[in-house]
Design a protein around this ligand. Structure first.
Ligand code: GTP
Ligand code: MG
Length: 177
């Protein structure tokens, strides 16, 4: 499908043609600079095979953001997005999630249209991008876009934390006046 391939392309800029299923959960890190901030990104790459599933709630629950991947040449992978998104929402809550329609380099074998991907993303309030781990197309945008969204939400949270304090000060001023 492409989860491992996208992660390796982003973290190490390589690609492997042969398929080696992820038997559990792999971990990679990548250092980034975004908006002059140094970020150490921890990438948890989960296996999609059935026996791995019982491990996943634990990993999802610690995530700040998610990349949900399907293969544009494989209809089943698109059909199972609902299931995976539910798993994410149940265990990680309302974290930002980017949907990647992967294998855009073999778009002639496409079984899912761009519109269908966009429609699903819109309905579920996700970002949508079409990527290729093989050529690298849109792979930095995928991960960096997610980090930017995580950072934006952190900022908004901090703002919200400050606002009630200001209201309180205003109120006590009015009382004493
Ligand atoms: N042409 C093409 N092949 C790709 C691309 N991304 C992955 N593949 C191939 O698809 C197969 C599966 O890729 P993986 O990245 O291992 O898939 P995965 O989602 O990690 O699979 P599991 O670990 O079993 O859940 C491999 O043979 C890859 O070489 C892509 O963008 N284009
Ligand atoms: Mg894998």
């Amino acid at each position: 499908m492409g989860k491992t391939s996208l992660t390796i392309r982003f973290a190490e800029d390589r690609f492997r043609e042969s398929y080696l299923p992820t038997l559990g959960v792999d971990f990679l890190t990548k250092n980034l600079v975004i908006d002059n901030k140094h970020i150490k990104l921890q990438l948890w790459d989960t296996g999609g095979q059935e026996f791995v599933m019982s491990l996943l709630p634990f990993y999802f629950s610690g995530a700040a953001g998610g990349v949900l991947v399907f293969d544009i040449t494989n209809r089943n992978s698109f059909n199972s997005l609902d299931y995976w998104l539910k798993q994410i929402r149940q265990n990680a809550g309302d974290i930002p999630v980017i949907l990647a329609g992967n294998k855009i380099d073999i778009a002639e074998q496409r079984k899912v249209t761009t519109e269908e991907g966009q429609e699903f993303a819109k309905e579920k309030n996700l970002f949508y991008l079409e990527t290729s781990a093989k050529t690298g197309v849109s792979v930095p945008d995928l991960f960096e876009g997610l980090v930017k969204e995580i950072m934006k939400r952190e900022k908004d949270k901090e703002k919200k934390k400050k606002e009630p304090e200001e209201e309180e000060t205003e109120f006590s001023f009015w009382q004493t006046a």
